[in-house]
Design a protein around this ligand. Structure first.
Ligand code: UDP
Ligand code: MG
Length: 322
């Protein structure tokens, strides 16, 4: 078992006044149980990040901290920055104090008992443990269909993500320090975390429904999030233009031949041949050119992200380093 086991539970909260008191109550019981079992140290904390809520969310967090500063911490963002940014803010604040960090949602839709398995994996030497939903029984057909379609589309586009994993995950201190090196502004954490590397595994859990309040992810936000995820990690949509351009160009040559043959055999109206030929040719050349430009933009895009090119896990240089 690892000795460095101070856990920080990072929880982004946006307008969560209905759920926070109950969430705090359940987490208090869970955290104390984990401490007693020796899984985490007594310095472990629950850190709530208020993502610019206009309701009583921050008051409740500040209150929790005042009454139990040894268990509850709070981070208040200057304004609403969205779930991913709020989560990152919490992780970056907590990483200085923590040995291991778990992120979860304020509504406790993710089974908090899955933390046992995550911590066990951590103690067995894993650096990243992804919480993976075992069933989507509680979801509507529409949500299930769109969500699973999204994961499949991401995979098809070559984005490395874990199937049915949202943002319920454990990360060791060094994994979060690795995350800190990713400088991108369009945050899509479930795409970035697999890029950090280190030893990882998954833990399954059943996802419940929200016990109070309503979802802060309406369809519009969900679609924007999915689009962000794809365009942040894949240049395939752009490469598609290049491929289509090449195909249209080939078709244009066939069309040209056909138009010529029609003309020579006397089946064509005057002007039709040149018109057909030029429409397809110009179209094909335009798409091809656009695709080539796109390739360059894709490279520029990747460069501007300034992602770390590597993260070193260990160096053996002196005797006794191992
Ligand atoms: N959240 C946030 N900022 C936002 C929207 C959501 O911090 O702008 C938090 C929210 O408080 C919750 C988590 O992100 O802790 C997930 O949101 P929600 O439960 O509404 O999403 P769903 O489970 O419906 O996908
Ligand atoms: Mg939720």
């Amino acid at each position: 078992m690892r000795q460095d086991n101070t856990l920080y539970l990072v929880i982004p909260c946006y307008k969560e006044q209905e759920v926070l008191p109950e969430t705090a109550k359940r987490l208090r019981v869970k955290m104390h149980a984990l401490m007693e079992a020796g899984q985490i140290s007594s310095a472990s904390r629950v850190m709530f990040v208020n993502d610019g809520s206009k309701d009583r969310t921050w008051e409740i967090i500040a209150d929790l901290h005042e009454k139990e500063p040894e268990l509850f911490s709070g981070v208040n963002l200057s304004r609403n920055r969205g779930h991913q940014n709020a989560l990152l803010a919490g992780l970056m604040t907590a990483v200085n104090e923590a040995d291991v960090l778990i992120s979860m949602d304020a509504d406790l839709q993710d089974d908090i008992n899955a933390m046992d398995g995550m911590l066990e994996a951590y103690h067995n030497g894993y650096d990243v443990v992804y919480g993976v939903r075992s069933s989507r029984k509680t979801d509507t057909f529409f949500k299930r269909f769109t969500a699973e379609g999204f994961y499949k589309l991401m995979k098809a586009l070559g984005v490395d993500i874990v199937f049915n994993h949202a943002d319920y995950r454990l990360m060791s201190k060094r994994a979060v320090e690795g995350l800190a090196q990713f400088g991108e502004v369009n945050l899509f954490l479930r795409g970035i975390v697999p890029q950090i590397g280190y030893r990882w595994t998954t833990v399954e859990y059943a996802r419940a429904e929200r016990f109070a309040g309503e979802s802060k992810y309406p369809l519009k936000k969900m679609l924007a999030f999915a689009f962000d995820g794809i365009t942040s990690f894949s240049v395939k949509p752009m490469r598609l233009i290049l491929h289509v351009g090449a195909i249209v160009f080939l078709i244009s040559i066939a069309m040209l031949l056909w138009a010529l043959i029609s003309k020579l055999t006397g089946h064509a109206n005057a002007g039709w041949t040149s018109l057909m030929g030029s429409i397809w040719l110009i179209g094909g050349i335009q798409l091809l050119a656009l695709g080539v430009v796109g390739e360059y933009i894709g490279k520029i895009y990747a460069e501007t992200k300034r992602r770390p090119r590597f993260i070193i896990e260990q160096v053996l240089n002196k005797p006794g380093d191992r």
